[in-house]
Ligand binder design. Structure first.
Ligand code: 5GP
Ligand code: MN
Ligand code: MN
Length: 335
């Protein structure tokens, strides 16, 4: 067991009232990690609250435990000093990712568990391992070390994050450890087809129409190596889709033959955009995200920006990437 994992486990063992915090723009790995940690620590008799300072996308709310176990900032703010001994932050690379909980960082002993290569080590105790494909696998190690007994429900919620952060076991981060951990969770009762039915085979029709418009906005540059598109508030309102419920479709753009880097600019409030970056084989897009104040992984990263002229901003960013693409190759270290 790594030294940091051991210390995290000791610290959790010692404390009975635990606040677990996830990241804004929550994804499958994050909600899986929060719910699994909550279920696991509750089995040990601890008082646990999981929180995210953002709306959870509708496709993740299809898991009843995500809905019932993850609270909002407003639910805990009043009692935050009284009720909790430690703060455990999961799947967050930088303090801004926890939203308004950032202002409480100094008030708590903070345990940080994360797998982003761009992690800023902002906890008091940090277990950061970029060779892990998902934070959910790190949670699995913590709960196993704490001798938590897995049932079908916990195993399935834990497998959710392994599945989503590896693109259902097909990205380059899907190494031996991913399949070993998935095997163990499946042996404990997790059902991958339940997860894929909820996430993959359950797309609302209006999102398919939205995808059609994303493809209409598609641009390819640098001999088709870079694909990018725009998802604007106008497009969302046309189909009555909320930005927080919509996929970015960036993985669809990456799937185009010849594309190495895919980018989608997604407007979530007027003039405010989230930029999703993906690469296929060799480009380290976390370097691009870092350059613009964001973060992420070599093959999946992102950042936010504000602009009144998105067309021009897109061109500037794509131009920057085209010019620096030669510096983006990097090695992966997944186990
Ligand atoms: P997505 O494109 O799905 O929003 O994000 C892809 C990856 O990049 C995720 O692992 C996510 O944690 C990370 N990421 C996305 N946006 C940001 C950001 O603004 N800041 C940081 N630090 N990481 C981000
Ligand atoms: Mn995440
Ligand atoms: Mn993750």
């Amino acid at each position: 067991m790594s030294e940091n994992l051991k210390e995290i486990v000791e610290e959790i063992n010692k404390n009975d009232n635990v606040l677990i915090v996830g990241h804004i723009l929550p994804d499958g790995d994050d909600v899986s990690s929060l719910v699994s940690m909550t279920l696991g620590l509750e089995k040990l008799g601890k008082k646990v609250t999981a929180v995210i300072d953002d709306e959870i996308p509708e496709y993740l709310l299809q898991f009843p435990l995500v809905k019932s176990k993850i609270k909002k900032f407003e639910d805990v703010e009043e009692i935050i000093y009284k009720k909790y001994d430690i703060m455990v932050i999961l799947d967050c690379s930088s303090p801004d990712r926890i939203g308004r909980f950032e202002k409480y960082l100094n008030a708590f002993h903070v345990l940080l568990v994360d797998h982003h290569v761009t992690n800023k080590y902002f906890g008091n105790l940090n277990w950061v391992d970029p060779t892990m494909a998902s934070t959910a696998q790190m949670v699995y190690r913590i709960l196993t070390a704490l001798n938590v007994e897995y049932d079908k429900e916990l195993a399935t919620m834990n497998l959710l994050g392994v599945a989503t952060d590896t693109g259902f076991f097909k990205y380059q981060n899907a190494g031996v450890l991913v399949f070993k951990d998935a095997t163990e969770l499946i042996k404990k009762g997790a059902n991958i087809s339940d997860i894929s039915n909820i996430i993959l085979d359950n797309i609302p029709l209006e999102q398919i129409y939205l995808y059609k418009d994303v493809i209409s906005n598609l641009k390819l540059v640098l001999n088709g190596q870079i694909a990018y598109s725009l998802l604007s508030l106008d497009m969302f309102s046309k189909y009555n889709v909320l930005p927080k419920d919509s996929p970015s479709f960036v993985e669809n753009l990456r799937s185009i033959r010849g594309v190495e880097i895919a980018i989608v600019f997604q407007e979530y409030e007027k003039g405010s955009y989230h930029v999703s970056l993906r690469s296929k084989k060799w480009a380290d897009v976390s370097k691009i995200a870092l350059n613009y104040g964001g973060g992420g992984h070599p093959r999946a990263a992102g950042f936010s920006l504000e602009t009144n002229d998105i067309k021009q901003t897109m061109e500037e960013i794509v131009d920057y990437i085209s010019k620096t693409i030669g510096n983006l190759s990097g090695n992966l270290a997944y186990q």
